[in-house]
Design a binder for this molecule. Sequence first.
Ligand code: GLA
Length: 744
Amino acid sequence: MSIEINEQEKIFILNTKHSTYMIKADDTGCLRHLYYGPSVPDKDLTFLQAGCDRGFSGNPYEKKLDRGYSFDTIPQEYSCHGTGDHRVYAAEAETEEGSRATDLRYESYRAEKGVYEPEGLPHVRPDEDAAQEETLRILMRDAVTDLTAELIYTVFSEKDVIERAVRLTNDSDRTLFLNKAASVCVDHQYGDFDIIHFHGRHCMERQPERLPVPTGVFSVQSGRGISSHHHNPFVIICDHDAGEDHGSCYGYMLMYSGSHKTEIEKDQTGSVRLVTGVNNDEFRWKLTPGETFQTPAVIMTFSDKGLGKLTRKFHRIIRENVIDRKYLNSERPVLLNSWEACYMEFNDEKMLELADGAKDLGIEMVVMDDGWFGDRDSDNSGLGDWFVNLNKIKCGLPELVRKINDKGLRFGIWMEPEMISEDSDLYRAHPEWALTDPDRKPVMARNQLVLDMTREDVREYLFNCISEILSSANIEYVKWDNNRGLDNLYSNALPEDRQGEVSHRYVLGMYDLLGRVTKAFPDVMIEGCCGGGGRFDAGMLFYCPQIWCSDNTDAINRLKIQRGTAYGYPVSAIGSHVSESPNQLTWRHSPLETRAAVAMSGTFGYELDPSRLTEEEKEEIRQEIREYRIYRKVIQSGRYFRLNIGGADPSRFSAERLPSLDFQAWEFVSDDRSEAFVFVAALSVEANAPFQLIRPDGLDPDMTYHIAGTDVTVSGAALMYNGLRLDMMRGDFPIRRIHLIEHL
Ligand code: GLA
């Protein structure tokens, strides 16, 4: 049973294969958090929470004579504002009179088979055998305002995942305003942890930072209307000494693509509270009688065997239950994207030339990036006018696609549906469709504005444009871009008391459009994009099986970006291409082999003009694509390991840089462990360097492996416990690829 309930004591236990989560409603109706960690057999851990009188921690009225009872110190499941709990809180509802106290107490529960599938929001999908999952719904109520909160927990037992979300309903006959409505509050009672979060910037996304949870409040947030390049909605809390294969770690991933906030507070008692959800800074949601607000969902998982396992649990749940299942075992095409090849300077002839070059190299799909529509010769114009520019694509889109298909190549196209240029026919016809504050000049970014996705008419227009393009030719892929965040949070279509809803309604509108498009065109694969990786989150992955990871295609920078991204997100979702050397952003030279190995550790494609390659480079690329076809299945669906090299644990970020050699190593292992690919990149080399051992992980110790390209066979045990000695690495940014295959 993944959900156990003690009706008498009102104790709820959620069991996954390796973890236990325990909740209890006490005699005041306070919903206490009793435990989250490795599986325990106990059925009641309330004794761990004996009350203790602490000065200046007040008491609820009914406990005024029990000074040890305070919401300020009790670990809770969904603590709200104004109850005497002065820690960061999960929700706040304001009445028409301006009272903001929100006191939710336990009312009832419901347990059922199956998963929670909120309307219009990304969520964890059921397994094929849906009977496996169970969902617990705990109903809480504020006796004064009649706000109810349904706390929802779906247990994916086999996968060690609990998905949480909340439905807040106004069950009164008066209007309420939600000023905050987080998805999750978890109180880690005994908290002496590190936090790992993933910050960055455009072209350098998701850099892990690890630091001890400080006393006070630490927050990770985006107020940009997109999940952002700057702070990903994914955090890990772990033991100070947790490493790749040891230590307790908790991962919290918000399935949301807009402004988000995660607050982590270490309080006066030393316990650590984590609250995550929609960013409340620009948020005020009107709840009329009977209305419900659904929070985004959060994927929570726990590993007591280190960060490597935590990563693999996230990869599994995202691949199997977040991304549409039809992509689970489908091999992603090797594609050539036109962006870094020719930016907006192309016509149909150039596209056909690129296609010839791509075909000659063994590439499988050609993607026509920005510049094919409207009056789009620069990024100052054209967004919104989703009509083929016949001055550039003279033969028309259907004919171009047919010619490319005839060469044996698939075809994909770039779109940026959520945006509008001032210099566009759409803006001239509908200026009110852009988000702008009344009487103010809008904030511009890339000289473009954002369409008001809260509006049904805007979504209808976009759906029709997209449908027309996709139905006009055999288009099998769309790169769905978004090249700016939200600044002017004002919608002409909403009344004044709903302007605080714009940021979240925008995301709901965007999900609605994506949902309609994926439903109407189920055979078109969408790759998400947001100026590179500005919206790399589990919300987008619900609609798009892969996301362009970064506008930075420099292989050496990508090593860092992709590793940070892969802490939470599967490699099969990480859009990654080989581009020219020197790189157009960093001007760095790097070997083709290294660029290929890094791009292969993602969805693999090219972003260059084949006509500018030398014959030797072309031959090398043909060989690499042939090899990738052998690797592809294991890379896209195998288990991913960050490897320890030179004695440095890859999760101790500060210790991993070695004085003389600087490596990064990772591995993919097939599910049956009969095959593995190890990659080792040297970021700097030194003469007469010490020996370096690489220890593959996740192999079967009892299996014998053949090291491809050699006559060596060796046991999995020797490979994992002794390791392989690398030959001396020389040159600029060399890479080694080691292919291990079961020796039968
Ligand atoms: C964004 C994307 C790029 C490219 C350009 C086109 O920056 O990340 O890959 O598509 O837009 O304008």
